[in-house]
Design a protein around this ligand. Structure first.
Ligand code: SAM
Length: 348
């Protein structure tokens, strides 16, 4: 127990910092009446979920909290202003994001200690999930400030429930690491888990991440959820190979969540793996195909260097080994090279 006094079931009776006038919704008036009981305590931090695309995805309570908070701390104030305008909310906006959190965070804590209520919103969805909100919550908890979730949309859960894969248990892994090696290591740590795995990923990294998943996890079933709740919403369901092939036809655009089936059965993954099965990349000390410890680029280079094949032929051989199409290999290599360039690692 951390001694927090926040309670989730107060029926909307939390203190309102702004006058809730005649025209205010009944809940707001109730909140007003409960104000004095808590006026002496420190202000609160409200984690207010906002839409992940469709602006209608917001709760009555979230709107009320945004109306009543003394300050709205937003990751992107311009984005949040659009939302506030849509609902006719004035509100004082301050910015709180990855690049100013070291100064903005303590300033917000001081406001709350002085009795102001702060509504934290992220760019989209539930603040604190793969965004700097987590750090502000930590600061607030350390300062003894009540932290109150105001739940609502979240990309990971939306993708999970629409995936068609087992929703419980699941493991939310956030954004996978950027470096190729770190990515492979992170996936290896997840490989034995039976939980459905949920990741966020940026479009320009999608192919490399899928290729690494194919390498490390095997050809599992996957749902690739894109642009949820937006005009171009789409959930692709298939195997990782099929997802890779699709990327070849339709270059990635927009925001993505990847939902990957957990390990199933006796040492294998659901989709199996052409040319070796899901155990191709075995635990340390176990045997597996000779290329199992290699990245895709190393695998191709092996054929070029050791067998004197042309690049095209080497890619074909690596594709056959891994049960991929040549186009998948090509796309994945391009993406790996992009990632290596961006991370300053030397491309293989
Ligand atoms: N806090 C947010 C939440 O609760 O979902 C997530 C913030 S994280 C910085 C942003 C990532 O969430 C995006 O890169 C993408 O992976 C995922 N995401 C956000 N909106 C999405 C959407 N409409 N469709 C698919 N993925 C989305």
């Amino acid at each position: 127990m951390d001694g927090q006094r926040s309670c989730a079931d107060d029926g909307g009776k939390r203190p309102a910092r702004r006058a809730a006038g005649k025209g205010a919704p009944p809940d707001a008036r109730r909140a007003e009446s409960g104000r004095h009981a808590e006026a002496t305590g420190p202000g609160r931090l409200y984690l207010v979920a906002t839409p992940i695309g469709n602006l209608e995805d917001i709760t009555f309570r979230a709107v009320r909290m945004l109306q009543e908070a003394d300050v709205i701390a937003a990751e992107d104030t311009r984005q949040t202003r659009k939302l506030l305008n849509r609902y006719g909310i004035g509100g004082t906006l301050v910015s709180y994001h990855e690049h100013n959190k070291r100064t903005s965070g303590p300033a917000l804590v001081n406001r709350m200690l002085a009795g102001q209520s702060v509504a934290l919103v992220s760019d989209a969805g539930m603040p604190g999930i793969s965004d700097p909100g987590e750090d502000l919550v930590r600061l607030a908890v350390e300062a003894g400030i009540d932290v109150v979730p105001v739940p609502g949309p979240n990309a990971a859960l939306s993708a999970l429930v629409a995936s068609g894969l087992k929703a419980v248990p699941f493991l939310f892994a956030g954004f996978p690491p950027r470096g190729r090696r770190q990515l492979a290591e992170a996936l290896k740590r997840l490989r034995e888990l039976e939980e459905t795995l949920v990741f966020y990923e940026a479009p320009h990294r999608l192919a490399a991440t899928l290729a690494a998943m194919r390498d490390v996890l095997g050809n599992r079933r996957i749902a690739v959820a894109r642009e949820l709740t937006k005009v171009h919403e789409e959930v692709f369901r298939g195997t990782i190979d099929e997802a890779l092939a699709r990327l070849g036809e339709q270059p990635p655009r927009g925001e993505y969540v990847l939902v990957v089936e957990g390990r199933t059965g006796e040492g294998g993954s659901a989709g199996g793996r052409t040319g070796g099965g899901a155990d191709d990349d075995p635990p340390d000390g176990a045997s597996g195909p000779w290329w199992s410890a290699l990245g895709l680029a190393e695998h191709v280079r092996h054929y070029e260097e050791k067998e004197g094949l042309t690049r095209k032929a080497a890619m074909k051989r690596a594709a056959e080994d891994r049960g991929l199409s040549r186009r998948d290999v090509y796309q994945a290599l391009l993406a790996e090279r992009d990632v290596a360039d961006r991370d300053g690692a030397s491309p293989e």
